[in-house]
Design a protein around this ligand. Structure first.
Ligand SMILES: C[S@@+](CC[C@H](N)C(=O)[O-])C[C@H]1O[C@@H](n2cnc3c(N)ncnc32)[C@H](O)[C@@H]1O
Length: 217
């Protein structure tokens, strides 16, 4: 069996050359220990933007705005709403949006995603593409909102579903501290793959990403 990291490195060697401003934001983020989507996820998101051309995007987990700007780069006509609750990152993300997306296509909503998702549902907002990249243990709690906010035919992508392999292990093999997230992520994966209104693939790339399409009426 070939080591997964070697496969990733090989595949990444064919990767896109993203614009310099994105590479700079990514470099600064990594240097400042701010998490951003991995290379393989960047390629998947780019591909989905170019092929699906979503008009309305919702992102949960802005950090400093790297993935929102990547989506804006490859779906420039899309209106992007992105949610972040960690105060120190909000002005950094806003400054990046002002500088690199001055067309105002990206709107940052500061605050807790649970509360904001509920509010967006009450306002009857809907999206063609939802990207989940925040508190992994909360995804299952937010799932009913996501189902309401996602248009039929729309796509829901959730990052880090494999959690560096922890999710595959027995509950007893993971540290006690990680057991709650372990069971919640497994529950979320079960939901994504068994909910009749969703068709889901789990892609074992990067830290694991799911792509779900809302089907039916
Ligand atoms: C992995 S980072 C997002 C990275 C970003 N998508 C990128 O690739 O550029 C996750 C972010 O979600 C935020 N977050 C976590 N829980 C949240 C919540 N309940 N509401 C809003 N934001 C949250 C964290 O503060 C963190 O900045």
């Amino acid at each position: 069996m070939i080591e997964k990291s070697r496969v990733e490195t090989f595949i990444n060697s064919f990767g896109s050359h993203f614009p310099d401003y994105l590479m700079d934001i990514e470099k600064d983020a990594i240097a400042g220990y701010v998490p951003v989507i991995r290379k393989s996820t960047q390629e998947i998101i780019k591909h989905l933007m170019l092929t699906k051309r979503p008009g309305n995007i919702l992102e949960v987990g802005t950090a400093v705005g790297f993935s929102a700007l990547l989506m804006h780069e490859y779906a420039p006509d899309a209106d992007i709403t992105t949610i972040e609750n960690y105060e120190p990152r909000i002005p950094v993300a806003k400054a990046n949006f002002d500088k690199y997306a001055p067309d105002g296509k990206i709107t940052l909503i500061p605050g807790d995603a649970g509360e904001i998702l509920q509010k967006l549902c009450e306002e009857e907002k809907s999206y063609d593409f939802i990207f989940m990249d925040a508190a992994k243990g909360q995804y299952m709690n937010w799932a009913p909102y996501l189902m309401k906010l996602l248009k039929t035919g729309g796509m829901l992508c959730s990052d880090n579903v494999i959690q560096d392999g922890d999710i595959m292990e027995s509950r007893y093999a993971v540290t006690k501290r990680n057991r709650t997230i372990h069971s919640r992520m497994r529950e979320y994966l079960y939901f994504l793959t068994h909910e009749e209104k969703l068709s889901t693939v789990i892609i074992p790339s990067g830290d694991g990403i799911t792509i779900s399409t809302k089907i039916g009426k």
